[in-house]
Design a protein around this ligand. Structure first.
Ligand SMILES: [Zn+2]
Length: 316
């Protein structure tokens, strides 16, 4: 059997992670580099030089004397956890083939369950922010999918009650459909034509070629210039084996295995964040060693998400 180079590549081992980020000082240094790649930038006056107040681990602007921490303005703001704890959580959430549950994170980090839960949700918000502007090019397979709701009501797929619809789009090379590139997974209120038109404007490049089953509203992707190839799906298991939809069906199947295997159940409120996490890991899978630095950059660039926000609503 041929070895899949992406699946079998060498990742960042826990040993290597510990060597690079095992102390609070190493984590601080890495976070400062991620937050201020061109040097310190005072959030109050824009000054470019600061003293480091060692005892309080704060940076004091040389121009206006304003004190700030590396966590201010990031998704870590107001956290009482050590940077090492944040870093290990990011490592655990980014290096596995699947996500890990808040319960498993609690055990790994030695923190209380609510702490692990909100830590995970905040990191997922960073993955969502990082992936929010992604556009798909080349050939794009799209399909509708559903999560949640009653599982034994006898109705599946389109029109099933209580289920949260989302759209899965997977980019492949134009000539070689087996060369899978990137994916975008997005919760939508419905699959009406106007919804598809708005989604395509945000997600699909005008020169892309979109392949879908026969659902008429998918034709809305042509409004912004993309070409569209509807292929009548055979339905059932035969439909899931069709060559034209192999990439999108594989992604949906892996996603379902991930959500069911890790979370057992995913509420509609949290679904956008779980989809974003899956999407972030999928789109950064080509080089496992760069996922962690990419997630660190996402975390420092994402605005604070207070717990009240996480409880009240899902993040884009
Ligand atoms: Zn200043």
């Amino acid at each position: 059997m041929a070895i899949n180079r992406i699946q079998f590549q060498k990742g960042l081992s826990f040993h290597a992670f510990q060597a690079a980020y095992g102390t609070e000082e190493q984590c601080l240094e890495a976070m400062v580099k991620a937050k201020w790649p061109d040097g310190f930038h005072c959030p109050r006056c824009g000054g470019g030089e600061a003293y480091f107040v060692t005892q309080r681990r704060l940076f004091q602007c040389k121009a206006c004397r304003h004190q700030t921490s590396v966590m201010v303005g990031t998704v870590c703001e107001s956290s009482h956890l050590s940077l090492r704890t944040w870093f290990e959580a990011m490592y655990r959430l980014s290096q596995g083939k699947h996500s890990i549950s808040a319960l498993e994170l609690k055990r790994c980090l030695g923190v209380r369950y609510p702490t692990a839960y909100y830590l995970k949700q905040k990191i997922l918000c960073a993955t969502a922010a990082s992936e929010s502007g992604r556009t798909l090019h080349n050939r794009v397979e799209i399909d509708d999918a559903y999560a949640g709701g009653a599982t034994h009501d006898g109705k599946r797929g389109r029109g099933a009650p209580g289920k949260q619809p989302f759209l899965v789009a997977v980019e492949t090379a134009m000539e070689n459909h087996r060369k899978v590139l990137y994916a975008v997974l997005k919760v939508l209120p419905n699959f009406k034509r106007e919804t598809i038109v708005a989604w395509a404007e945000q997600t699909v490049a005008p020169e892309a070629h979109v392949v879908s089953d026969g659902l008429a509203s998918f034709g809305g992707v042509t409004d912004m210039g993309a070409s569209h190839e509807p292929i009548k799906s055979e339905g059932g298991w035969r439909g899931s084996k069709m060559e034209a939809f192999q990439a999108v069906n594989t992604v949906i199947s892996n996603l379902k295995g991930n959500i069911l295997g890790v979370c057992r159940w995913c509420s509609a409120r949290h679904l956008p964040r779980y989809l974003a996490e899956f999407q972030f890991r999928f789109n950064n899978r080509f080089d496992l060693k760069t996922i962690f630095p990419a997630l660190l950059v996402a975390v420092v660039r994402t605005a604070p998400h207070p717990v009240t926000c996480l409880v009240a609503e899902a993040c884009g």
